[in-house]
Design a binder for this molecule. Structure first.
Ligand SMILES: [Mn+2]
Length: 270
């Protein structure tokens, strides 16, 4: 009975199989996927179908997963996908925006959480979006107004602006500016705390979302989404597991109870 986390797969099916061989999964184990299972022109449907072979897969949704759901929503709702694709679509659509593992007191999200959110707040905001994805009528309406750069969370946001802002926090956020707004343009590397400054690091008025606070409402937060961090935040309580597999890097796995890491070098075409 071991719990594992796997970072951003991005359709890299053969690399995922390599990593799963290393994890030596057995019945009773649980595997949390940190989001972006799909979406870099690799074998998206193949990865989703492979989840059938993984014991208790726990899907957290990333920005690419939501885009994939939107792209295939019409065909899914008309029932014209293949049987396997119908099942795969439904499994992805049932994914979460945030998951919390009580045994290790770990919060898992694709991109991040807003500064100041408690654990209960985070899970309830995630549930708001999950409820929309799970409602055929609301989901269709949401996908019609899908894109928006709402960059500043406020509790009094309502309607689709609220939904889009929550989705931006959970699935797109990296940097926050001095006005406490999300900056969606910077995707590059960040100086590790205690590290040495390099020239391609971000402007001084931006900081990573996880640097906005020194303590979390849980033991640790694990996230993906940010390949240029190369799996390093410089902090033990905020752990990145995106090894940039989609860019020829590694797919990262992590054991939840011990923090032990596993790496598979990407063998899929990128
Ligand atoms: Mn992402």
């Amino acid at each position: 009975m071991t719990d594992f986390i796997i970072g951003d797969v991005h359709g890299c099916l053969d690399t995922l199989k390599l990593l799963c061989d290393q994890l030596q999964l057995s019945q009773g184990d649980r595997v949390y996927f940190l989001g972006d299972l799909v979406g870099k022109n690799n074998d998206d449907w193949g990865v989703l179908r492979f989840l059938e072979e993984i014991p208790a897969p726990q899907v957290i949704l990333g920005n690419h997963d939501l885009h994939f759901l939107r792209v295939h929503h019409q065909k899914w709702s008309e029932g014209v996908l293949s049987d396997h694709q119908m099942t795969s679509y439904q499994r992805l659509q049932a994914g979460a925006l945030a998951k919390w593992d009580p045994n290790s007191d770990t919060l898992m999200v694709h991109a991040g959480i807003w500064p100041g959110w408690s654990l209960a707040t985070t899970l309830s905001y995630a549930a708001e979006v999950e409820a929309i994805l799970g409602d055929p009528v609301l989901c269709k309406q949401y996908f019609a107004v899908f894109y928006g750069d709402e960059n500043e969370w406020r509790q009094d946001l309502i309607g689709w602006k609220r939904v889009r802002c929550l989705v931006n926090v959970f699935t797109r956020m990296r940097m926050i500016n001095q006005q406490a707004q999300m900056d969606f343009s910077f995707t590059g590397p960040v100086e590790p705390q205690g590290g040495t400054k390099k020239t391609n690091y971000p402007p001084d008025d931006l900081m990573p979302w996880y640097s906005t606070r020194s303590e979390w409402p849980c033991q640790q937060i694990v996230f993906g989404h940010w390949a240029m961090l190369h799996g390093e935040t410089g902090r033990k309580d905020v752990i990145n597991c995106d090894g940039g597999c989609a860019y020829g890097g590694q797919l990262i796995g992590m054991r939840l109870d011990t923090g032990e890491r596993y790496m598979a070098n990407c063998i899929d075409p990128v």
